[in-house]
Design a protein around this ligand. Structure first.
Ligand code: SAM
Length: 211
């Protein structure tokens, strides 16, 4: 990212509602204790997830890729009373951080955490969803979408992160990762069950609405 883009992003962060102490501490602890802290959504995308969730007011949310829990806490802010968020993570080693911050955020009742591969866990979670956030392994995006789309209510939303793959999707020669993400983007655009918009925020976020 060049200097002017990173200055612009910082300006956007500085002029958006602050993330608050819990998310600030979670971000800090993630940077201190994990190997790939940049995976965390962070203040700008987190604020967008929070805003979208508050607009949608989803009764049931599904998240694929908990990591340390930053996005789950943001998304949970839009839950109405009695609403629930189900979040799946394959890496057991970082679960102590998400659990700690779900508790500090007062969300232990609303957030249900699952440990395991999303492909195995998704079919075991009952019910349908109003909002889904897919943010796990990019090579699995297509499969996760296929597993979820029939469980998404009509008029429900699905958000997918990293759909620009560090801008490599517009390179002259696509590497393996970029090809996979590009194929996923084309699959979504061409799926008549949904409509979508690709936003160049952070690493690219697609907002998909089920018709
Ligand atoms: C980009 S991080 C998620 C970041 C988080 N949503 C946030 O915004 O703070 C992706 C996470 O997905 C997890 N993951 C990768 N493949 C997975 C799979 N097949 N099933 C469940 N979790 C997976 C990784 O271990 C990693 O913690």
């Amino acid at each position: 990212m060049d200097d002017s883009t990173s200055n612009l992003i910082q300006y956007c962060i500085d002029h958006s509602s602050p993330q608050g102490e819990i998310l600030y501490n979670l971000e800090r602890e993630t940077y201190l204790k994990t190997l790939a802290p940049q995976m965390l959504s962070g203040p700008l995308q987190g604020a967008l997830l929070m805003m979208l969730s508050k607009m949608i007011r989803p009764k049931r949310i599904l998240e694929v890729g908990t990591f340390t829990g930053y996005s789950a806490i943001c998304l949970a802010q839009g839950l109405p009373n009695g609403g629930e968020l189900h979040t799946i993570e394959v890496n057991e080693e970082i679960q102590y951080i998400s659990r700690k911050y779900f508790s500090l955020a007062g969300l232990t009742e609303q957030i249900h955490s699952y440990l395991g591969d999303a492909a195995d866990v998704i079919p075991k979670i009952e019910g349908t969803f109003d909002l889904v956030f897919i943010d796990a392994g990019k090579k699995d995006y297509g499969n996760h979408f296929d597993l979820i789309i029939d469980r998404l209510n009509s008029g429900g939303y699905l958000l997918v992160d990293n759909v620009l793959w560090s801008q490599k999707v517009i390179a002259d020669q696509l590497d393996q990762g970029a090809r996979t993400v590009d194929q996923f983007n084309k699959k979504i655009r061409d799926d008549e069950r949904v409509e979508n918009v690709v936003l160049p925020i952070r690493d690219g976020l697609t907002i998909i609405r089920k018709k």
